[in-house]
Design a protein around this ligand. Sequence first.
Ligand code: SAM
Ligand code: SF4
Length: 338
Amino acid sequence: MLLDRRGRALTTLRLSVTDRCNLRCTYCMPEAHYTWLEKPHLLSFEELARVVRLLRVQGLEKVRITGGEPLLRQELPKLVGMLAQSGVPQLAMTSNGVLLEKHAVALREAGLQRLTVSLDTLRPEVFSRLAQRSELDKVLSSLRLVSGLAFEDFKIDTVVVRGVNEEELLELVRFAGQLGAEIRFIEYMDVGGATRWEPGLVVSQEEILERLRSSYGSAQPLPGRGSAPAERFQLGNGQVVGVVASVTHPFCADCDRLRLTADGQLLLCLYARTGLDLREILRSGAGDEEVSQRIGEFWMGRQDQGAVDRTRVSQRSGYVSLEELRADPRLEMHTRGG
Ligand code: SAM
Ligand code: SF4
């Protein structure tokens, strides 16, 4: 098991397979134009499977496939099959759901066990404004299909933004309950493209719970969180919801996540400015031992606690300026996998 300088074990890999997306959520990709990663620079399925195999030997327990929108990567079920063979106990994916209806069965059959679908609203006009594309119907059809596919874990992730969807929390809880999914409310973070972020747009964990309590009577915290980003609460009707309070209650002390961008940059934190160029190492002809050693050294030198550091900033606004984001696409949320 690899431990970093704060004693945190490397157990989860967030694997971004593309930086492209078919939505333009205003908290993630608000701009009209983006500089995309170059196609030849994307890690191949073989390279991705090799990294996962080597990390598995060093204690990796969970891989979450993400993006951009991961389903824009051609033949994704094939990659899922290759990763499933690495023996990593938990194989998960986060998707915006637009293309999921077409691919969900193949993904399940290929060995995907856990699925999270992002859904911020049930109202078509709010969806179109927030995602800058009118695709709500497709997302809802995908969710209905997925609910019948017996994934071991099925979640809905909702970013709550003041003035956009905070009035919809109860409807979303009800909808998730009907589908048999666990819903998680995420505080709006100041990372990546969220250059228009301001503290007033964040709906805090306290406010989210207050809204739930006023309707469900109670929201009791559940034990056993471990390194999970969400704290889970049981509502008065028995339904369980999660809250990811990265802004008001950062969980850096328990963060077990390493990130890999689609072009092979390893990142130690969602807020990291730079990373390790793993693609260069992989394509230099390095053997398994050397690749494992370089990743291990990188993790063991980790001190990052980006979300905690952000709470100490007095006049907090967007983390990275638009100019910096334009100069380095790897600073973008859709490039580093959310
Ligand atoms: N495209 C896929 C999706 O949306 O599910 C996967 C990638 S997306 C970057 C991963 C997650 O990051 C999504 O659940 C999204 O809502 C979340 N996210 C993006 N920008 C965010 C922000 N500024 N604050 C909080 N969560 C954010
Ligand atoms: Fe695309 Fe996901 Fe970012 Fe929305 S949150 S723009 S769906 S990558």
